[in-house]
Design a protein around this ligand. Structure first.
Ligand code: MD3
Ligand code: FE
Length: 213
């Protein structure tokens, strides 16, 4: 389904086996070198979602190599297999592995944000503007279903569309959708397959930062 220009939703894209592998590897990433944490905002607020990063460490509102706001450690590397998964995601959603900017350049994500939602976690409406690249964002959901709110590029309010994201769903945001406001108003606890062994929801987003050391 293509709910907006450049936005493609592929329900059930990840096999159960791949979902289980992602749960396992996310558990490892959550332990370190930078432990998963509730991100502290410059306003003093703390996000209800817990996040761990690969490749580049996101702290509001910039990317660094070391987690100066957590324990100072260098973030875990961004694995090649995850970049390859990102190119597979573009292949199924856009029909090719190139970034859809006319350059023909292959998608080369260099950071992942792994978000963990317990039953009370939410994410307010926001834009992702800290990357210096217009390349698409690839989102993979595992575990409990959530309500994902997909808005417009002008403001955080209406018009928006609510879409349920379930375990195994792929969502790609490119073109005009790349800078749309979006958020997660709620998670639907207990909706995941118990065999996954995950209480809550994981979301992995792949991005190109456009940054160099
Ligand atoms: C649309 N994550 O990490 S994934 C985020 O489910 C974030 O954890 C949510 O928003 C989550 O920044 C939503 C879908 C998503 C991710 C990034 C986008 C949609 C996007 C970037 C641009 C436009
Ligand atoms: Fe976002």
């Amino acid at each position: 389904a293509e709910p907006a220009p450049g936005a493609v939703h592929v329900p059930g894209w990840l096999s159960t086996a791949r979902q289980r592998e992602l749960v396992t590897v996310c558990r490892e990433w959550a332990r370190g070198p930078v432990p998963i944490r509730h991100t502290r905002l410059p306003t003093g607020g703390v996000m209800s979602v817990r996040t761990v990063c690969l490749g580049w460490h996101w702290q509001p509102y910039r990317y660094t190599r070391t987690a100066d706001d957590v324990n100072g450690a260098r973030v875990a590397g961004f694995p090649d297999w995850l970049a390859e998964l990102g190119r597979e995601a573009l292949a199924v959603s856009y029909g090719g592995t190139a970034v859809a900017d006319g350059s023909g350049r292959p998608y080369a994500p260099d950071t992942a944000l792994v978000n963990f939602y317990d039953g009370d976690a939410r994410m307010g409406m926001h834009q992702d503007k800290d990357e210096r690249s217009g390349a698409p964002v690839v989102s993979l959901s595992v575990g409990d279903t959530c309500v994902f709110r997909f808005g417009n590029t002008a403001n955080r309010g209406r018009p928006y569309t609510d879409v349920e994201l379930a375990s195994g769903d792929l969502f790609v945001f490119g073109g005009p959708s790349r800078f749309a406001y979006h958020g997660v108003p709620r998670v639907l606890p207990g909706t995941a397959d118990p065999a996954l062994g995950l209480a809550g929801r994981l979301n992995i987003t792949l991005r190109e930062t456009g940054l160099r050391d």
